[in-house]
Design a protein around this ligand. Sequence first.
Ligand code: CTP
Length: 424
Amino acid sequence: MEVVLGVGGGIAAYKAALLLRLFTEAGHAVTVIPTEASTRFVGIATWEALSGRPVSNSVFDQVDKVNHVRLGHEADLIVVAPATADLLARAAAGLASDLLTNTLLMARGPVLFAPAMHTEMWRHPATVANVELLRRRGAVVLDPAVGRLTGADSGPGRLPEPEVIFQAALAAVDAALSQDGSLPQHGSLRQDDATALEILAGKTVTVTAGGTREPLDPVRFLGNRSSGKQGVALARAAAAAGAHVRLISAHLEVPPPPGVETIAVETALELRAETLSAAKDSDVVIMAAAVADFRPANPSGSKIKKRDDADDPVIRLIRNPDILAELVQARPQSAPAGQLLVGFAAETGDERGGVLEYARAKLERKGCDLLVVNHVGAGKVFGQDLNDVLILDRDGGTPIPAAGTKDEVARAVVEQVAAHLAPR
Ligand code: CTP
């Protein structure tokens, strides 16, 4: 495919070289359009050498070829990385002040922005409004990663990792193709992804993931087998659909997706506090975390010693609050109108019917809108890369089966979330 890689004037411009490599190594042809400012960070010679194509940033080079029209029309995808606050503002305003912004105005295919800037700039109302406008127009604007920034500061504002941008860009192309009626090429995105992309763009989605750990003493805890892979895949899928995603992560065996705001927690009570607070401005909360139902009643402040002169310790457990139930309860007072709550359930049963019955009862009991039901058995689900679920809704609609990689299942869940958010 023909890719235009726009490079904005930020220190992260050097990372765009790695992104370029990912595209060329996957067999795509890339034309780089750096902004004038970005060439202070990475020179044109680097882009020409890495892309094997001539590089310019002016509409007045090769005027006879009318490059902005040609590039905009021919591009199957335009990726802007890093997208600075200035570039986002120019794109949102529809300015045509250099070759890149001219090309963006001529774009026919999907456009993805990967922002990088200081946290204050990202949170400034002007930038927030520009991002929202671009998303509403159908562009994919990734959330920046959280971490160390150029100076001593840290926070949201880092350029997402090149691999994340690459995957999100391919997902955007697939979504655009399926909107067209053509078949997705780069994965198994489903036909409703494009719609999901439209509905979720600009929405706030909170995802909880991983297994909570309940301390027994400073070195020991009660945990569970959750790897967090499904929750992380959900966060990735919602972000690829253009949502602002907040991942509240208990213990994960996989890294959280860069580009997603991540809040790390340990215990069910910490998870509860962060989730209840995040839910207040979330359009969707997906409770994929494996929350411990019980915690040690009296965790020891110092390491519990084995002693020959004392009885073996007995651990008394007390109930943890049911966070999902609290979210359901709090919704009428403190949540945005139309908030959608999604629960997960791991059920065992001898055959599918039994699992389904059990799941329906849980959906009813919990009062959430959607319940994603895993059928667990020996070796199934926990830590595996494949998953097999049924998605149930509260209105008693036909359960939707989804099976495949955890990313595929995540996309199916995100599709159902979008379908239930859509005005009916
Ligand atoms: N959950 C929660 N708070 C808890 C326990 C679970 O919010 N203290 C959420 C999970 O994140 C999941 C859903 O509730 O989305 C279902 O969890 P599960 O443990 O299967 O449900 P329980 O109500 O604990 O049912 P069971 O009696 O089968 O354990």
